[in-house]
Design a binder for this molecule. Sequence first.
Ligand code: 3PY
Ligand code: MG
Length: 253
Amino acid sequence: MRINETKAKLQAGEPVLGIFVGFASPTVVELCGIAGFDFVVIDSEHGPMNPQSCEDMVRAADATGITPIIRVAQNVSQVILRYLDIGALGIQMPIVNTRADAERLVQAVKYPPEGRRGLASVRAASYGLGEPLADYVVEANKQTMVISHVENVEAVNNLDELTQVPGIDVFFIGPTDLSQSLGYPGKTQDPAVREVIAQARQRIQAAGRVAGFMTTDAAAARRALAEGFRYVTVNTTGLLGRAARSFLAEARG
Ligand code: 3PY
Ligand code: MG
């Protein structure tokens, strides 16, 4: 099966840059792959997407070498399974607040003996026409990634035990939900929110784990990388929206 270059880079201690795509567009995934992003987070938490609309986006990722991660709305094995079956190389899960939530997530992503992912000859397993399934499950457990959101006060409070859970590749701080959970909805730059983010990042790093973050532009991404975040993202609509406004401002003078 496909090597997960994003996971390989993280395991080698390198940073990775990714882009969220929250609408059904294989073309945008293809473009982002050609542009050189390490990974795409195909977002099926917020917005209208389902496994059907994600499948050709995963194909576009496979065609251009960008790692397809899917953000899934529910931490339920039967839901997660359908996104893995279409070929996602990682699952990003929002609102993981407790050790039990984190363990349930890992169990859903990994085949036995590490987890309880269901097995079938689906796209992820080359429809049963590739390597024997017995070899595929071993390789899939190596290549798939688990990204667990830290975006709620409860998760921040439980961070010491969350970071002990094996099988999680990235602890991703979601600034927008975290700002809301702290009582400052949308005020991600408020000093109180920034302080909690900085402390959470330090605790993730101190536990020897990888911290991830959502940024708004290249300058913020550089700052995040300099602070030690190693899985750094931006959003397609944010990038496009700012580029559109700046084009109009300059063109209209
Ligand atoms: C959040 O900020 O809440 C996210 O989930 C990612 O941006
Ligand atoms: Mg969020």
